[in-house]
Ligand binder design. Structure first.
Ligand code: ADP
Length: 663
């Protein structure tokens, strides 16, 4: 396609000059020229045809000068570039133009050879720019598509894995059923692992896979991975052992290191059962994790080995050694390419040595992965448990859970609102959670938001991807609305990517769970959040009830409570300042105010006002004010009622308190 050039100049001679000069390239369709006599005309031409590649702009024009026009271009024509035309010596204007984003400039009188080269260079730049914008758009679309597909796969998988997990508990006595359920669980996880791998592969292709290092115990992590293979190794008569001298916390991307280890171990076991290695006891798989810089993970086996001729190709995508000795094991040929690409993404290297054996030397393969990951001191981070190794491996079927049962929640059990558009998942969550909590459900973000405002629950569990108002938008509403900003939010997402996790946390979500999740994990996180809320309530109460602590307004973490205390301060001596007026000041109804105060402090609004006033009285008495004076200063109508309330909270009369502080 040719290059479209718009020439903006108020000198009429420029048009025939350029048409003459460029006639050959115009005839061949390489360049196409349009002319405008000033900035305004240029703007309307660009608006009509917003696909100009190069703009040739005279700086000095009468109606709108070139510099002003330039400032409109980023919005009007983001992918076009301007070449400025100005008189020799007009360096100031030229410099300004370049600073405002002009691509290049030519001087008048125009040297046409120079102009041709400049136009050509600018056109080349614009075409490259367009090409990379197109590639980026395609890559973004692809990633978006993958995210959606992941969602489509993970939601049904959650609905397989979660009920299986419940059934496993219910049928723990019944061996036959257990066996079947374990098979379902294992296969669903296998499916999940494959899907994740395929999606990672696709993301690697468009360069969208990112490394997301988190603090964690590396050697324990690898140990868990190895342990997950013990049953299958035993079944095949393979001795599996793990050696390491690594300890403590490390900063690593567990998901990627896990995939690397998983693929190497799965291969080692898969290819250690060939006809040549049938003798039990003669087959070993050893995993070694060695300290050093970089950290070295090696997986060696005494299996069939890889013929030398095939070795250079085994890290290629979809490559499988096509040999008669290849065991009848299905495979996709992507495992090792993933190992290599993930390792390299993390800045590491992978190598292999292998032999198919001779009459005197045994066969076997060793894969070595070197990863430049850093140790951490224990204090530096909290282990992120959001990545669960159980995403990949079967649950241990017989794990007992004594706290689990069918209990009807008490009336004062915490209230949870579940917002999820998938009917099945919503019903499932509600059924599971009613064992512990009072649960309300909503099928859309909008319905959820209405429910949250009227019910003021303790926690909201919301899906991220929903048509209409999504989980992020809902979280943002909850966290920016004063009446609801104390409510904890757990987001459920199909996106395993760390950027979506971040997006959720940025909106103020308190926790985040990636599908498929096990219900116990959700309950555990709910329990943690509720316990944190309870600790805060106790803290706020103590701040009011303990005179030795500083004034609550100085220490309270909750911004809304701080505002409320400020309002109370402003009306401290006003005994007619009622709950209704406080609600008005806080822009809430009295009912909502009560529920918000209750959920933050477990006190009624009246109680909170009284306790706040009494806490203020403590300081006034300490400062030497008399009891009656203090009573009026903190808004009590009569000193006797003040005395009575004071004693109730502080177990001492105001008079005695004043005496004790003087002593
Ligand atoms: P696959 O899904 O076939 O296992 P991989 O990419 O993981 O694909 O491996 C590619 C090929 O490399 C395998 O098909 C196999 O022939 C060979 N290979 C990988 N690991 C081993 C091993 N430990 N021992 C023998 N051959 C192996």
């Amino acid at each position: 396609m040719g290059t479209k050039i718009l020439v903006i100049d108020d000198e009429p001679d420029i048009e025939p000059l350029l048409l003459q000069r460029f006639w050959l390239t115009i005839r061949e369709g390489i360049y196409q020229f349009k002319f405008a006599r000033g900035g305004y005309e240029a703007i309307s031409l660009i608006k009509a045809e917003p696909d100009y590649d190069v703009l040739l702009v005279d700086i000095n024009m009468r109606d709108m000068d070139g510099l002003t026009l330039l400032s409109y271009l980023p919005d009007l024509l983001p992918n076009g570039r301007a070449v400025m035309v100005s008189a020799y010596g007009d360096m100031d204007n030229i410099r300004t133009a370049m600073n405002r984003g002009a691509f290049d400039f030519v001087c008048k009188p125009i040297n046409f050879k120079d102009l041709e080269l400049t136009v050509e260079k600018t056109a080349r730049h614009v075409h490259q720019l367009r090409e990379s914008a197109r590639t980026k758009l395609a890559a973004d679309l692809k990633t978006h598509f993958f995210d959606n597909i992941t969602h489509e796969f993970r939601t049904p998988l959650t609905l397989i894995l979660a009920p299986v997990e419940r059934l496993l508990r219910q049928w723990s006595e019944h061996q036959g059923t257990q066996r079947d359920l374990i098979a379902i669980d294992r296969n669903a996880r296998q499916l999940l692992r494959l899907i994740n791998q395929l999606l990672d592969l696709a993301k690697l292709e468009v360069g969208h896979l990112q490394v997301n290092p988190q603090p964690g115990y590396l050697s324990e992590f690898i140990d868990q991975l190895v342990q997950a293979f013990v049953p299958i190794a035993e079944q095949r008569g393979i001795t599996l052992n793990y050696q390491t001298d690594v300890s403590g916390m490390w900063l690593f991307d567990a998901e990627k290191v896990g995939q690397i280890g998983y693929n190497l171990l799965a291969n080692a076991i898969k290819f250690t059962t060939g006809p040549a290695t049938q003798k039990a006891g003669s087959t070993h798989v050893t995993v070694r994790l060695e300290n050093g810089s970089p950290i070295r993970l090696s997986v060696s086996d005494t299996g069939i080995g890889i013929p030398t001729a095939n070795l250079p190709h085994i890290f290629d995508r979809f490559y499988q050694v096509n040999s008669l000795v290849r065991p009848l094991e299905p495979g996709t040929g992507i495992g090792l390419s993933m190992v290599k690409e993930l390792t390299e993404l993390m800045g590491g290297t992978v190598s292999v040595s292998s032999s198919t054996g001779t009459p005197t030397t045994p066969s076997g393969s060793t894969f070595v992965v070197d990863l430049p990951i850093c140790p951490l001191s224990t204090e530096e981070g909290v282990v992120d448990d959001s990545f669960s190794i159980r995403d990949w491996f079967p649950l241990r079927a017989t794990e007992p859970d004594t706290e689990w049962g069918s209990i009807t929640p008490p009336e004062d059990a915490p209230l949870v609102v579940v917002v999820e558009d998938n009917d099945e998942l919503r019903t499932f969550l509600a059924e599971e959670l009613t064992n512990h909590y009072r649960v309300l459900t909503a099928a859309s973000g909008e319905r959820g938001w209405t429910m949250i405002q009227t019910e003021l629950p303790d926690v909201v569990i919301s899906d991220v991807m929903m048509p209409g108002m999504d989980g992020y938008a809902l979280t943002q509403l909850i966290k920016t609305t004063p009446a609801t900003d104390h409510i904890a939010v757990i987001l459920l997402t199909a996106k395993a990517a760390s950027d979506s996790r971040l997006a959720g946390l940025q909106q103020g979500a308190d926790d985040y769970l990636t599908k498929p999740f096990v219900i116990e994990e959700l309950v555990l996180r709910l329990r943690n959040l509720l316990a944190r809320q309870q600790r805060l309530r106790t803290l706020y109460q103590q701040q009011l009830a303990r005179p030795e602590l500083p004034q609550p307004i100085e220490t309270v973490q909750d911004g809304w409570l701080r505002t409320l205390f400020t309002v109370l301060d402003e009306h401290l001596d006003d005994s007619s300042f009622t709950v209704e007026r406080l609600a008005e000041c806080m822009a809430l109804s009295s009912k909502t105010l009560l529920r918000k105060v209750q959920s933050l402090t477990q006190l009624s609004t009246n109680d909170l006002i009284r306790r706040y006033r009494l806490r203020k009285a403590v300081d006034l008495l300490r400062a030497g004010h008399g009891v009656s004076e203090t009573a009026y200063m903190v808004g009590f109508d009569t000193p006797s009622y003040f005395g009575q309330c004071f004693k109730e909270i502080y177990q001492v009369t105001p008079k005695d308190f004043a005496i004790s502080t003087k002593a």
